[in-house]
Structure formats: structure tokens, C-alpha cells
Ligand binder design. Sequence first.
Ligand code: F6P
Length: 473
Amino acid sequence: MTTEVLVASNRGPVSYSVGADGSLTARRGGGGVVSGLMALGPRAGTWVCAALGDGDRAAVDRFGATLSAADTDGQSVRMLRIPPATYDAAYNGVANSVLWFVHHLLYQTPLEPVFDEAFEERWAGYEAYNAAFAEALAEEAGEGAAVLVQDYHLSLVPRMLRERRPDLRIGFFAHTPWAPPELFRVLPDPIARQVLLGVLGADRAAFHTRRWADAFAACCADQLGVGLSGDVVAHEGGTTRLGVHALGADAEFLRERAFRPDVDERLAALRAEIGDRRTIVRVDRTELSKNIVRGLLAYRRLLTDRPEWHGRVTHVAFAYPSRQDLAVYREYTAEVSRVAEAINVEFGTADWSPVLLHVKDDFARSLAAYRLADVALVNPVRDGMNLVAKEVPVISEEGVALVLSREAGAAAELGEDALLVNPYDIAGTAQALHRALTMPPDERARRSERLAAAATALPPTDWFLDQLSALQG
Ligand code: F6P
């Protein structure tokens, strides 16, 4: 394998902020794709992403559209200056209001979604945004290069890129679940088909679990009438092989990062606040699929049904705001705070706050919480994978009991040693929390060790390289 490898994703591997004096500070992102591309060394080609915010735009002004590896202290990055209205239509209007909701089964009222003229405009924005990526990739990629397109923001890119550059090997990876055909049918037919044909422009389309790959194949059969033979979908544009690569936790990184002094400091502060109470920890971006409100209600139910826990347990809930340009996410963020506060008012005492809610993103404090967790609560209504479920067991100090939604991709690998719950079932989740809190220490330690082993089976670099060799093989 000597070919150049390009990546495309909405968010890039680096983002910039501008200081008061006009200086630029780069912040490097983490995650499997970043580690994988770094591991490729000289074969790592350009990463195409959107310029997000004033900092990124200032970086483009200073360094030019394509930032070299030296500029970014990493890999070469092409940041696209998408017009704000197009970006808003694509990211907020289509990707995070419609596609995210469809794939995570989040529509809650018969009034949603609305496919009207305003949606048609947003869809045009999504197409334009995808076309900008395809155009940039077509310009950047050398002859026969491999291009790895990431996620639901860019579902049209594989096909658009194939039309421009048939010589490339194109891979698509969905980090989300894929909707079952009945839900995918919510999308107007021409759009549903465009999304499927967009992804089918790839030589390989890959997912975190077999379940999401099967759902994608079922949508192709339903909407396009094309069948699966083995793992291959044959369609009007050629063939697309489906693959499954379950991203694992990065044990090496976590074990090094989680025991640095800044994490120790935060751990000491948390311990001082919590005392010798048992802890139920959750760490999420605040968005609806994470099901934080039902998690809080399950904790409330635990306190209602089992008063023996009063004063003896703290729910450490870190819920970091996300996608705040959209009202539905803002309202959900406010709802999380309201419910947490109501539990504290209902059950709290002078020396006990049942819920410790933090909303300011602090990675070191999240790691500290992972280290002290007796119980981790990961209850998304649906999740492509969920790495928190995989990361906590790796650095937990005393072993963690994991209460895990059966609808998270991670359940496919962690299901035997986690306590699986139906994320909609508040009473069932409350019972699982009690069971987790009362799990005998030796059983908890044994399960936690097995969870950590399963969670690290496919570290990010291997996850990335496996995809690449399957694409090129
Ligand atoms: O799960 C899909 C995903 O794109 C992840 O890859 C990523 O962690 C998350 O959503 C980020 O969302 P946003 O970029 O909207 O903050």
C-alpha cells in the first residue's frame, strides 16, 4: 500500500481560535481518524474539512486554503470556506435536524419533520456543501489515491466524487446508526434515494456494527430495489462492498492522559465534593440521542423506590452543550438542567446534592470522573458506537459496573458484561442502577476487566488501517 490517503469530514483534525492580539492558537482534535491518518506517515494526504468559526477563517487567510503539515503541526488540511447560509442549511438544517433525527429515531411528534419550501432550500444547501467537498477532494487527490469520507454530513460526496474522479478508491464511514427502512421512508423519496446513491458512490461503505450495515442494505433494497449478495450491493453505478469496523478505545492514550497531574487535581476536587458516597457517572455531549433526561428520571426513580440510597450516592453528570444554533438542542440542554435541579430540590439536604451537573466541557475532569466511577450510565436511545462506554472501564480505578443501552453500537461487544437496558424504560434503568450499585466488588472487577479487554480490541489506528486495507484490497 503506497497510495496517498485523503480524508473528508465536516470537522477537521485541527481548529483555530484568534486571541485578543490577533494571534492564532491551534487545537488538535482526537479520535480514531486523526490517530489513523497520523500513523500513515508520508502516505497521509490532505484532510478536507469545513472552516468553522472566525479562527479557522483567519487561519485560511493567513496560510491559504490548503494548510501544510508544518502550518498545522500535523497533516496537510484544506479548509473550505463554505458560505455561512450554505453551511447553516447543510449542518443545522439537514444534517443535524433531519438526517441525525432519522438515523437516531428521534422524531417525537407527528408534526416533525416538515418537508416544505424552506426544507428544499436547506437541501440545496446540503447539496452545495457536499459538492464543495467533492470538488476540493477531486482537486487534491493524486492519481489512484484512497479517499475516506466520514459521516452523514457528507453522504452525497462519494457519488459526486466518483463522477469527477473515477480513478479514486472511495470509502465511506458512517459514525451514526443507520435508520431502518420504515424510518428512512420519512425522507421524501428523491432525497432518500439521493442519500443512498450518494453513499453507494463509494467502493466500500462501512459501519460500527453489523446492525447498521444491515439497516443500510435494507434501505437500499427498499428504496432502490437492489439486493445484497454476500457483502456486496450491486447497483446502477457499479458495486459497493459493505464492511463493519467497530472502533475501540485508545487504551495507550487514555492510560497516559488520565494519570497526569491536571486529572489528579480534578479527581481530588471531585473526591472532596463527593466524600465516600457511591458514584454514578455519565459524560455526554448534550443532545437528544444521549437520552440524558430519561437517565436523570431513572436516577430519580432509584431515589424514590430505594430511600436507602439517600445521602449515599451522587450522580455525577457531565453534559456538555452541543449544536446550540438549533432551538431543539438548546431546549434539551435547558431541560437537562431543569430536571437535575428538580431532583436536587426534591431529595437534596444541607450536606448532600444528589446530582452534580457540570456543563462546561473539561476533558481532564471527564477523565477524573471515569477514574472514580462506581457505575457508568450510558443510555442513548440509539448510538452509532458510544466511546464513553468503552473508555470508562479502561481507566476506572476500582472497576466499573456499566449500565448500557442495548441500542448503542457498543452493546454488540460489551453486552455480556454490561447491564443492558431498554433506554426508554425508566423503571428498568432504575433497577439496573440499583443492581450496578450493589454488585459485589469481585464480580464488578471481573466484569470491568473483561469490558476493558473487549473495548480495546480494535484500537483507533488498527480501525483506520483495517478500513484502508479492505478498501485497497
Ligand atoms: O456521531 C456522529 C458525529 O459526527 C461524531 O463523529 C462526532 O463525535 C459528533 O457527531 C460531533 O458532532 P458535532 O460535530 O455536531 O459537534
